[in-house]
Design a protein around this ligand. Sequence first.
Ligand SMILES: [Zn+2]
Length: 84
Amino acid sequence: MSAILAVRIGMKKSIRCPVCKKSGDWFATAYGPFCSRGCKLIDLGKWLNEEHLISDPLRAEHLESFADLPPGRHLDEPEKDDNS
Ligand SMILES: [Zn+2]
């Protein structure tokens, strides 16, 4: 079996850190999908800043919308922030 095929069917768990794009088996770490505690905090900080800019302080409802995302799936897709 080729390495590429192994990745496609999920045998290899290597993913890219959403913050620094470094590849590795980050889901196996305590900070998954981030490669490190630092990257996790960076991403959380960005996220919270955006929430504050858009509307009001963080509430439980904001987090619930994230709980419905399929695990890991959204990380493989490009962000769709622009409406092109
Ligand atoms: Zn990272």
